[in-house]
Unconditional design. Sequence first.
Length: 212
Amino acid sequence: MTNVLLVKANNRPDGISTKMYNTFMESIKDTNEMNVRVFDVFEEDMPYFGQDLFNAFGKMQNEEELSDVERRILAAKQKAMDAVSEADVLVFAFPLWNLTIPAALQTFIDYVYSAGFTFKYDATGNLVQLMPEKKVILLNARGGLYSAPEMAPMEMSYNYMQNVFNGVFGMEIIENVIIEGHNANPQQAEAIIAEGLTRVQAVAQRLIAQHA
């Protein structure tokens, strides 16, 4: 049985990456070959990564009582790490917001971007990727045309996800679907979105076929 972690990173009901998530979920929901777990980063209790977490680590070492936020952030971090550990395939449906990813998705990544868990350094200081056996599918939506050469340097959502999950963690990105330009070309928006969602369906079907 293949374990699939489907990370939903848009809480807008009419968001295009929400439609991508819904399309992917609808395409795989009835398969018996995969165990699908949904992790909605907007629904989870995930305090921001910061000093509260480091305070919690220090208190745990000294066996001191944790505050409420410290207990919450430790539990949230562990839940995210467990979800990644259990997954064979990770699927992310996420938008480009203000040139980057949503803060809630960034928090999820901050929780699992952990030395000794997803990567480490060897004795000479070189990065060692710790999760090369895991596969990743990226489903990204962006209203502008960021594949255009003049816009590509500004795109920090898909590129960031690729750099983290493949470049640092060592996971193989096996599929991607990017829907873009629907806001820049409103007259073509319906066709652009429909074509992209068809590609999302195809990705889901290929995943099912690979694990049948």
